[in-house]
Design a protein around this ligand. Structure first.
Ligand code: SIN
Ligand code: CO
Length: 385
């Protein structure tokens, strides 16, 4: 009940169902005071620390409205000194804030009316007055939640997506905004894919973006072909006991092409293969993600007692998804699971936490203990690293 009312607030009085029916992937939604009292999740210094950390993905952007081609972007780790400049407007963007700050993970989880399989990450941007990344469009949906300060958002639903040539950023050459809004702390703007937008900081400001995964058909095919390569079992080898003498030994004969075609017809896949591929693909941690196992892990029985007493939760970096067809996948790996444990595992995957005192089968306790030793799962009383 409480969760529902929070969601309704977050969506400006709409229920998640209404939001999906009317706005999701269809049209923008501006929500004033989506998160009342929100002033961000990280201080300026914390954002800068993350931007300077080599394990964190970040970008430092100087957009030049007067000379867009001379804009610049520097990938992290950032140099601290640069984050003090005041001469020209700049912004620094930090990806995956949800992996580093528990409150950022909690904020992102408030958007679970969209399936977790679509959720990508929470990004934060910090900008000085006038800073921004310039007019552009993204290929994915985004919720832009204003932290400290104010940001002017201009948006456009234009077909002309021509980009400024030779610019280091993807900038629209001819941006024609149809809405112009100033967002204050706690206000939020939802944009469907391909809506052009330009956010300009009014004074010092931070913006939190909840972004989604939208793989292109090409990316999906690439991932699936890799998966298929690992899982293919083809029998036989090329053979030609009836080889006829060729007039020209350099010719790839029609008989050879026929035989290769017959051999390759063995490359088949089913819907079950696609489900298994998706489970691994969608739970594969990003390359910069590392898990931190506990320094002195509890043994199985002490762990079971602590879990019963305090409860536990998936690590913020853990991706646990399931499908009817392929069962459960965690952090890129398929999970063998007893049918009797499916309900409890599906509930954990959805809520990402286990209450204290929840009855669990010995099999699940063994499994959660392994996850705990791997850093995929934490006891509630331990701080997440
Ligand atoms: C920003 O926070 O400055 C950029 C976010 C976006 O345009 O997607
Ligand atoms: Co954008």
């Amino acid at each position: 009940m409480q969760m529902n009312s929070m969601r309704t607030h977050l969506l400006g009085g709409l229920s998640p169902r209404q939001f999906l029916a009317v706005y999701w992937q269809k049209k923008p939604l501006l929500v004033r005071q989506a998160v009342p009292g929100f002033t961000g999740l990280a201080t300026r210094e914390e954002i800068f620390d993350l931007a300077c950390d080599p394990d964190v993905e970040s970008r430092y952007v100087r957009y030049r409205p007067d000379a867009p081609g001379e804009s610049s972007v520097e990938h992290g780790p950032q140099k601290r000194g640069r984050l003090r400049g005041k001469r020209e407007p700049w912004t620094v963007l930090v990806q995956g804030l949800n992996l580093w700050i528990a409150e950022a993970d909690a904020l992102m989880r408030r958007f679970d009316f969209i399936p977790q399989a679509r959720l990508d990450d929470l990004m934060v941007s910090y900008a000085i007055d006038g800073g921004g990344v310039g007019p552009h469009f993204d290929n994915y949906d985004v919720f832009l939640l204003q932290g400290i300060g104010k940001r002017r958002w201009q948006i456009a639903d234009q077909d002309d997506r021509t980009l400024v040539e030779d610019a280091p950023l993807r900038l629209l050459r001819d941006f024609r905004p149809v809405h112009d809004w100033v967002l204050e702390a706690g206000d939020m703007l939802y944009l469907p894919p391909h809506w052009a937008h330009n956010g300009i900081a009014i004074g010092e400001c931070t913006t939190y973006s909840i972004g989604f995964k939208s793989p292109t058909a090409r990316e999906l095919a690439h991932g699936f072909l890799d998966w298929l390569d690992e899982h293919l079992c083809l029998e036989g080898m090329y053979a030609d006991p009836g080889l006829a003498l060729q007039d020209n030994s350099a010719e790839i004969s029609p008989a050879m092409i026929d035989q290769a075609a017959r051999m390759l017809e063995g490359i088949r896949w089913s819907r079950a293969d696609i489900a298994a591929f998706l489970g691994g693909y969608l739970t594969e941690p990003k390359p910069n993600v590392f898990f931190a196992p506990p320094a002195e892990p509890l043994g199985r029985d002490a762990f079971a007692r602590a879990l019963a007493a305090y409860g536990g939760a998936l690590d913020a970096r853990t991706l646990l998804l399931w499908s009817e067809q392929a069962g459960f996948h965690i952090n890129g790996e398929a999970l063998a699971c007893d049918p009797a444990d499916r309900g409890a595992l599906a509930a954990l995957a959805h809520r990402r936490a286990l209450d204290a005192g929840q009855p669990l089968s010995p099999r699940l306790l063994d499994l959660f203990h392994i996850w705990y030793e791997d850093g995929f799962f934490h006891l509630t009383n331990e701080p997440s690293p």
